[in-house]
Design a protein around this ligand. Sequence first.
Ligand code: RFL
Ligand code: PHB
Length: 394
Amino acid sequence: MRTTVGIIGAGPAGLLLARLLHNAGIDSVVLESRDRDYVEQRQRAGILEQGTADVLRAAGAGERMEREGLRHDGIELRFAKKRHRVDFPALTGGRSVTVYAQTEVCKDLIALQLKEGGPLLFEAEALAVEGAEGEAGDGPRVRFRHGGVEDVLECEYVVGCDGFWGVARQAIPEEVTRVFERTYPFGWLGVLADVPPSHDELVYARHDRGFALLSMRSPAVSRLYLQVPEGTDAGEWSDDEIWDELERRFETGDEWTLERGPITQKSVTPMRSYVHEPMRHGRLFLAGDAAHIVPPTGAKGLNLAVGDVVTFARALTYEKETGSAELLDAYSATCLRRVWQAERFSYDMTTLLHRAPDATPFEDRMQLARLERIASSRAAETDLAEGYTGFPFG
Ligand code: RFL
Ligand code: PHB
């Protein structure tokens, strides 16, 4: 098999990249290790930055998002029983975000790819990327296994969109790699519940017992998260215990109440910050979670993946049109500027709202002071709103 761009992974990064390249007249093959159902059902992100929604629309993949996505003009911060709304359009010159689940983005992109794009192979596991440093013609290659048979995909370029546990990154020699990493001593217990969300915007709550988040998948389905100790097993929590704890952490001084409903899914996500530099080695490029991870508190992961593949598609289109590799050569540096801003934002949001197991009373007061600052200073609030609605693509 031979193609211009070999794409490993059919998460949002790989699927959107295939779509962008197709629209630019560049062929690609997508290899995905899991089956279609798994990829379409995996519960993850829920918030699209305005720039991400614009990209999906421009790529011809925004039709259902337009109909079913929910435009959100703000979030609520909850702390010390108080509620503070951050008004995005007022603070950012009109920007907002869209609540539209990653599962739905993937479903839409898969349907388009199968209808009019290049090959998308499910249950095709990439085993290794070889020859990344070679010239076109003698590299790079992806060795993969599909239907029990090993095969080779010959490419001009390979883009590793294979997430944090993928194989693409391993093809970059250690001598040229720098890894920046931080883990957190807590995770998120996430639940999906068949009950209308108890607030019409997302609620981020800081509480002495730990962080809680109220989000949603639709007007009828709530998505809720609780900070739990690192290593917690979701099975340790009964449904009643989850609702009781959510209720405590979302407490307010007014009449607000949390509606309960049947919990249909429960899982724990660990939290990590991670950046792999550089994001390119020869003809191998990394995009999305394959290159960087953020803790989910700022809702940045999916949006960063979109920024990377937009940058790559533009750079390759430029090379095809002009013969100049200038933008491809700038790929890693261009993406990393935005990546580090999102890392900073996600780190700030995480440390602002979570209670570390060894937090001191001084640190508790610092968190409350930071929150009070956001609630009382337009400058501090604008900084949050700009970060949340998204940093510009490079
Ligand atoms: P993905 O989605 O992990 O996709 C990688 C794909 O590669 C496949 N793969 C391979 N295929 C072939 N051969 C191999 N050897 C392979 N190895 C792996 C995998 O099966 C998979 O299909 O990475 P991608 O495309 O970079 O997308 C990144 C996003 O999925 C991720 O950043 C977000 O989900 C993070 N995230 C959030 N991001 C947001 O922007 N907003 C949010 O609100 C948000 N909330 C979240 C989140 C992530 C969460 N979890 C579970 C980590 C909430 C949670 C709870
Ligand atoms: C979600 O709806 O899954 C979600 C929303 C906001 C976040 C993280 C996750 O910050």
